[in-house]
Structure formats: structure tokens, C-alpha cells
Design a protein around this ligand. Structure first.
Ligand SMILES: C[S@@+](CC[C@H](N)C(=O)[O-])C[C@H]1O[C@@H](n2cnc3c(N)ncnc32)[C@H](O)[C@@H]1O
Length: 215
């Protein structure tokens, strides 16, 4: 039965990946988006090794961080070594990963100087992830904000290690090809992907950069 008062909630609840994430106790359905991208492009692999430093921008409620944690545990079957550092950034607070002190979260606006300072201080990063999406409610302003987010994240790629990997969510528009052509030369492999876990009606897709070559 649908939820007449809140059609969005009703749609959400009937969604296969929503149900799956509830059944498997993940923080959000986005868990499966990163899982699919990683299965295809091995984002959590730098020269065959698990990345030591990962930053996730727009990380709340923390499903991508959870996927990273699960991958780490499945590969090493040990607690996180202190050689590894994973940072989740969001405007909203993220329920902490108490059991793993190497996964830290911070409330920051990616457009504020403090966010670039954070990236700069711990550079170079092996992997930069962004699932950033505007908080506002679906009108033309969202497109402009989302494009500014994409540009910001691509600008942050200067804090990647040479050979590092990047994922950034984009909302497809006439500018997507321009962004693609501008940034593809900076990576050995630059692709776009719409995971099955992404709603088919949504304009969301992900740009995936592997093997950063430098500015
Ligand atoms: C689709 S959600 C991310 C889901 C996340 N990947 C996960 O798996 O749990 C997008 C996030 O972007 C965050 N966000 C939006 N604008 C932001 C900004 N200016 N700075 C930091 N985070 C922002 C939102 O608060 C929201 O949590």
C-alpha cells in the first residue's frame, strides 16, 4: 500500500535497493552504487593494494564509508591498521563508526576554505569520492549547485596521489560532455557509469577517474 501523505516515501519503500539495504542493514541504498562501481572499476585498488587514504565528500549517512569498511575487513580480516585513514565529510553529522577509529567524520561545507585545508593537510590522497548532492528541492538552482560541486571535486583532484582514483556524482546536462572532455586527459582511464542501484529516472551518473596523471 502506498503512502498517500508522502509519495516520495512510498516510492522509496517500494524500491528494490531500498528494501535490500534495509534487509542487509546498510545505512542507505547508495551502498550498492559504490559496490557496483568498485566491482567494475576497482576504485578501492591502487596498484593492486587497498588505498591508504580515502576521503568521501558528501558522505552522510555513511553508506559509502560502510562499504569501504566492509571491503577492508573482507580483504584483511583484521581490525583497521593505523596505516589507513578514511575521512567522511558532510554538512550533516554522520553516525560514528565507533568500532573503527581510522574512519573519522567531519561536519564541513565543501565550498568552505576549511574543506580544502583538510584535503591539503593530508594530501596526497589515494582516493577521492564524491556523492555530493544539493540539499534543496529539485529546481533549476540545484543544477547550478550540483555543477559547482562537480567542479569543486574535480579541482580537489590536485590533492590526489599520482595514480590515484576519483569518483564524482554528476547530474547529466549539456555540460557533462564538456566536463568529461576537460578532465579525461588528467586520468589514465576516465569513464561514466550509471549503476543499476541508481534510479532510472534520475539524471544522476558517476564520472570515474582511474590513475591520476597530475594537473
Ligand atoms: C546522496 S547523499 C550522500 C550519500 C552517501 N554517499 C552515503 O552513501 O551515505 C549527498 C550528501 O551531500 C551532502 N551535501 C550537500 N551539500 C553539501 C556541502 N556543501 N558540503 C558537504 N556536504 C554536502 C548532503 O548533506 C548529503 O548527505
Amino acid at each position: 500500500m502506498g503512502n498517500k501523505k508522502n509519495p516520495w516515501l512510498s516510492k522509496q519503500k517500494s524500491d528494490l535497493y531500498y528494501k535490500k539495504s534495509k534487509a542487509e542493514h546498510h545505512r542507505a541504498r547508495s551502498y550498492y552504487k559504490l559496490k557496483e562501481i568498485d566491482a567494475k572499476y576497482h576504485i578501492l585498488s591502487i596498484n593492486g593494494r587497498f588505498p591508504k587514504k580515502i576521503i568521501d565528500l558528501g558522505a552522510a549517512p555513511g553508506a559509502w564509508l560502510e562499504y569501504i569498511k566492509d571491503q577492508y575487513i573482507s580483504r584483511f580480516e583484521t581490525p583497521f591498521s593505523n596505516k589507513f585513514k578514511v575521512v567522511g565529510v558532510d554538512l550533516t553529522s554522520i553516525r560514528p563508526f565507533n568500532e573503527i577509529s581510522n574512519i573519522t567524520t567531519v561536519r564541513l561545507d565543501v565550498f568552505k576554505k576549511e574543506c580544502e585545508d583538510l584535503l591539503k593537510q593530508s594530501a596526497p590522497w589515494d582516493v577521492i569520492l564524491s556523492d555530493l548532492a544539493p540539499k534543496t528541492a529539485g529546481d533549476f538552482r540545484d543544477v547550478a549547485i550540483q555543477e559547482a560541486m562537480v567542479q569543486k571535486v574535480l579541482y580537489f583532484s590536485r590533492y590526489l596521489k599520482i595514480g590515484g582514483n576519483l569518483i564524482v556524482k554528476v547530474f547529466q546536462s549539456e555540460n557533462t560532455n564538456i566536463i568529461f572532455q576537460e578532465w579525461a586527459p588528467h586520468f589514465h582511464l576516465f569513464k561514466r557509469m550509471k549503476p543499476a542501484a541508481s534510479r532510472s529516472k534520475s539524471r544522476e551518473l558517476y564520472l570515474i577517474g582511474k590513475g591520476y596523471k597530475g594537473k
